[in-house]
Design a protein around this ligand. Structure first.
Ligand code: SF4
Ligand code: SF4
Length: 199
């Protein structure tokens, strides 16, 4: 028989006169520490749709799908909470620091299906007016303009985008051939190069 060490005896005696380390959950609600990393949640207003979070998620809990048809152009983001390991990489690498935030919520057990453990958000996308390819999310362009300030005026797509928002410029039908006349339209990088350099 091995006798307990003095350290263990001291710990056992001390615990008789101190409060327990454990909480009374689930009898009483558990309040996590302020630095606790719980369930991540997208903020549809503050997310700019850049997809950086999807690229850094080690558990593949985040994904996005671009939908582009005659009716709409949007990027749909999905979090699968049952796959997430709550590592915090998504929040750490979010350029706005608020697009996705880990909450204090830890209890995501459900008696329903896995479909209950999903959050989806949608972001409107901007399309190249020449080749019809997707360029970026609208909020991403707005965020970029705000970040670079007046420097955005050196980018023709951003100027045109800003003018459209202020209704001081009309969308002219594109020649669809990336010719010089298309320079003052919203173009993807490939069409911009063709319109400016090749034509
Ligand atoms: S906390 Fe980690 S695992 Fe969960 S969604 Fe964010 S990056 Fe992915
Ligand atoms: S803004 Fe943040 S939350 Fe939104 S897609 Fe980019 S990294 Fe993800």
């Amino acid at each position: 028989m091995k006798y307990p060490k003095l350290r263990e005896i001291k710990g056992a005696l001390t615990s008789l006169f101190t409060r327990p380390y454990t909480t009374k959950f689930p009898k009483q609600p558990h309040i996590p520490f302020s630095s606790f990393r719980g369930k991540p949640q997208y903020d549809e207003e503050k997310c700019i749709g850049c997809a950086a979070c999807v690229n850094v998620c080690p558990a593949f809990a985040l994904s996005f799908e671009d939908i582009h048809d005659e009716i709409e152009s949007k990027r749909v983001f999905t979090i699968k909470w049952d796959v997430c390991i709550e590592c915090g990489q998504c929040q750490l690498n979010c350029p706005t620091e608020e697009g996705i935030v880990l909450s204090q919520e830890f209890d995501i057990s459900t008696t329903e299906t896995r479909a209950d453990l999903i959050q989806r958000i949608e972001k409107e996308m901007i399309v190249c007016e020449c080749c019809d390819e997707l360029i970026a999310c609208k909020d991403h362009l707005l965020w970029t303009m705000e970040k670079v300030g007046p420097l955005y005026t050196s980018n023709t797509t951003l100027i045109t985008f800003a003018q459209r928002r202020l209704s001081v410029s009309d969308h002219l039908p594109s020649s669809k051939e990336s010719l010089r006349s298309d320079r003052f339209t919203i173009l993807c990088p490939r069409c911009r190069r063709e319109a400016v350099v090749a034509s």
